[in-house]
Design a protein around this ligand. Structure first.
Ligand SMILES: Cc1cc2nc3c(=O)[nH]c(=O)nc-3n(C[C@H](O)[C@H](O)[C@H](O)COP(=O)(O)OP(=O)(O)OC[C@H]3O[C@@H](n4cnc5c(N)ncnc54)[C@H](O)[C@@H]3O)c2cc1C
Length: 686
């Protein structure tokens, strides 16, 4: 109900086009008379709706008409700042800090969730960089040129060399900045006593240039980068963050500048018109949380597991297209997958391979056949091979002996964490059987094919030769092969692993100043973009650690540019010829049937459901036939992500006297679990 109401408010509230200017044409935003206000402090004014008579927003505009007239937008509130940043992920936070350091007197970050970090809330945050302070301390000689070539090569030579060169230069300074602001105090995952490591989960770099610092406060943060940026942000009283506010529209003025963004605050139910004096930075992230968009643009995208945040919905791209931003449609198809997706909830995945193939296991597809050298060190061929299999699923087949050998080699981290413990999020995915035929039935692959595959594999192991896929059975240990084993035992196991997406590589086109450009290649004055929302930088596949450092480095550049660059005049603002279909952003309607409260008896009830990292127990108190209290007694959700749902959903359920309330964006799974547990409590109460 709340959602429907919101949609109506948004449709009614955003009125672009000036009655006064009368110059709005189809797809063209209304006009203003002069550059935006040079206001230097964060200011607010509350407006009434136009139907009530006066709009303070309009009055404000008229009062200052001689110096400034931005497009009229009908909104409940009006706020101004030198720089408006949309999105508080790595790119947005870095841009805000850089803009403030560069002299912006006021910066507002507009964030649709109730927290900072965006995708950084999901990742431990591997970072990469060449010629860095960390390599210097480790005594590793690297060059920027080598880093550039590695990124170009990893991206199948489809990246933008100029932007990559800019990134590689800035990346050194960004890492130095992080180091000087606390990174030097962090504990890093080390290899051979060095903090500079190879990252085998990605296509390998030619030298150790990935860094894996662990968050100091793991209950609140997953990555050091997020922790440091958040801590730094606290020190700036000229940067404010407007949470729970989603930018839904940008508007251009008659000078072709885009300096107005309209947002909707889901907490207050109010619309806000944000006016930027110098520019707007869109840092809204990619579309790894939008299965429809991946299905539309990737050949096998319908089968991908969603590993990104729900907030990574790609809408920011469309919002910019509506004011003319160019998007290369081909590059929207650049969606890298990880061949290591653990499906912890339907369609949702985490990075979590069992890695049993390292000790002798194999992968078979839904047809029961092997299709790749499982121990191949390059990730890209394994990635593309998995995508092409039926359902983009591979079953890791293994035995107890293989588990023992993996453990003995110290390579069972994922298994120990996610699969072996009964409350591990992958435990329920393990299938076991006394025979291969029985196992085949459990995972629905043809039994004769699986038996034949295992026989052929065992014969290759026995022969000790390299097989048809190039897998070597000589027994020489490598990072990808710690033991050689046949698949024969009293008990057989299978775990499904799927193609997982955690980031996307398509988005809006920018120039080397990070200005968003239109389809003619002209900069749209006032409009900048940074982070995953920018398309075409990296090429077809991802280079490890650039997902985190790309947004931070480009965020810093953008923050400086938006302050320093002159605000030019541009082409009339109008929508691009290619705009993403609106239907790609419509969420499937949530189940609407409402819980029947008839016959619910007073009392206190408790139910336990499967949670993110373990059980969640919820208590419900029913008094006078109504839900009077909902308490989440215990949970193992990731605090930083689940926090808003744990706080808001119980309150909403009590208010609605029903478990059928909206979930909290960004924490939909936690919301769902709370609702499910409450329903179970109410079932007991009948
Ligand atoms: C599980 C996982 C693991 C990863 N591991 C790594 C890794 O180890 N190393 C690596 O380099 N990369 C990794 N990545 C990728 C990397 O984390 C992201 O590419 C990066 O954090 C993106 O930063 P960003 O600031 O561009 O976007 P985001 O982090 O997505 O931030 C965008 C922000 O904008 C907000 N927003 C969106 N639209 C609006 C709007 N209209 N109005 C207001 N706010 C809006 C969102 O809520 C969000 O807070 C991983 C990603 C995931 C999901």
């Amino acid at each position: 109900m709340k959602k429907r109401g919101m949609a109506l408010i948004l449709a009614a509230a955003v009125v672009l086009g000036g009655c006064s200017s009368g110059q709005k044409t189809s797809g063209e935003a209304s006009v203003a008379s002069s550059p935006a206000s040079e206001s230097s402090s964060v200011s607010e004014s509350t407006a009434q709706s136009e139907t009530e008579g006066t709009t303070e927003a309009v009055e404000t505009t008229e009062a200052s008409e001689s110096q400034n007239k931005e497009p009229e937008v009908k909104a409940d509130e009006e706020k101004e700042a030198d720089v408006i940043i949309v999105g508080a992920g790595g790119a947005g936070l870095a841009a805000a800090i850089a803009a403030a350091d560069e002299g912006a007197e006021s910066v507002i970050i507009v964030e649709k969730l109730g927290k900072t970090g965006g995708s950084l809330n999901f990742t431990s945050g591997s970072m990469s960089g060449a010629e860095t302070i960390i390599q210097e301390l480790d005594g590793i000689e690297d060059t920027k040129e080598s880093y550039i070539e590695d990124i170009m090569s990893n991206g199948a030579q489809k990246g933008d060399r100029e932007l990559i060169e800019i990134f590689v230069d800035e990346d050194v300074d960004a890492i130095q900045w992080l180091w000087d602001h606390g990174l030097d105090q962090y504990t890093f995952l080390e290899q051979g006593g060095k903090k500079s490591v190879f990252a085998p989960e990605h296509q390998l770099y030619s030298i150790q240039r990935t860094y894996k610092p662990r968050a100091m406060d793991p209950s609140s943060y997953k990555s050091a980068v997020h922790e440091i940026l958040d801590k730094e942000l606290e020190g700036y009283d000229n940067i404010s963050v407007d949470y729970y506010t989603e930018i839904i529209e940008l508007a251009g003025n008659d000078k072709g500048q885009v300096l107005t963004a309209v947002g909707y605050n889901s907490d207050t139910g109010k619309t806000v018109a944000y006016r930027a004096g110098k520019g707007i930075v869109m840092a809204t992230g990619g579309y790894s949380g939008n299965p429809k968009m991946m299905g539309e643009y990737a050949e096998y995208g319908d089968n991908y597991l969603v590993g990104g945040a729900d907030s990574a919905d790609g809408k920011g791209i469309r919002i910019m297209q509506n004011v003319g931003a160019a998007v290369d449609e081909e590059k929207l198809t650049y969606i890298p997958t990880f061949p290591m997706g653990l499906e912890y909830s339907e369609g949702k995945g985490a990075i979590g391979d069992v890695y049993m193939w390292k000790a002798g296991g194999i992968y078979v597809n839904q047809e029961g056949k092997r299709f790749i050298n499982e121990t191949l060190s390059e990730v890209v061929p394994r990635e593309t091979a998995l995508e092409e299999q039926t359902g983009a699923v591979q079953y890791n087949i293994f035995t107890d002996k293989i588990v023992e050998d993996l453990k003995a080699a110290g390579a069972s981290g994922m298994w120990d964490r996610y699969y072996e413990p009964e409350d591990g999020m992958g435990h329920k995915l393990i299938q076991s059987a006394d025979t291969l035929e029985e196992l085949a039935g459990l995972i629905q692959v043809p039994a004769d094919a699986l038996v034949q595959t295992v026989e052929d594999y065992n014969a290759a192991v026995e022969a000790g030769e390299t097989d048809e896929f190039g897998r070597d059975f000589s027994g020489t240990p490598t990072a990808y092969s710690v033991a050689v084993n046949k698949i024969e035992a009293d008990k057989y196991y299978a775990v499904p692993i799927k193609a997982l997406v955690v980031m996307t590589l398509g988005g809006v086109t920018v120039n080397s100043d990070m200005q968003v450009v239109d389809e003619g290649g002209n900069a749209i004055p006032g409009l900048y973009a940074a982070g995953e929302v920018v398309g075409g930088i990296w090429g077809r596949f991802v280079s490890g650690g650039t997902g985190v450092m790309g947004p931070v480095a480009f965020g810093r550049i953008t923050g400086r540019n938006v302050v320093n660059m002159d605000l030019q005049e541009g082409q009339p603002v109008k929508a691009a010829s290619f705009v993403l279909e609106e239907s790609l952003f419509e969420r499937e309607a949530e189940k609407t049937e409402s819980y029947d409260m008839t016959g619910v008896k007073d009392g206190t009830y408790e139910a336990t459901v499967d949670g993110q990292n373990g059980d969640m127990t919820v208590q419900v108190v029913v008094a006078d036939g109504k839900i009077s209290q909902v308490n989440v007694v215990s949970n193992q959700e990731t605090e930083n992500i689940a926090g808003p749902a744990l706080e808001k959903v119980p309150v909403a359920i009590v208010e609605a006297n029903s478990p059928d309330v909206d979930g909290v964006t960004g924490a939909t799974l936690t919301s769902q679990r709370i609702r499910e547990a409450v329903k179970q409590c109410l079932d007991q109460a009948k």
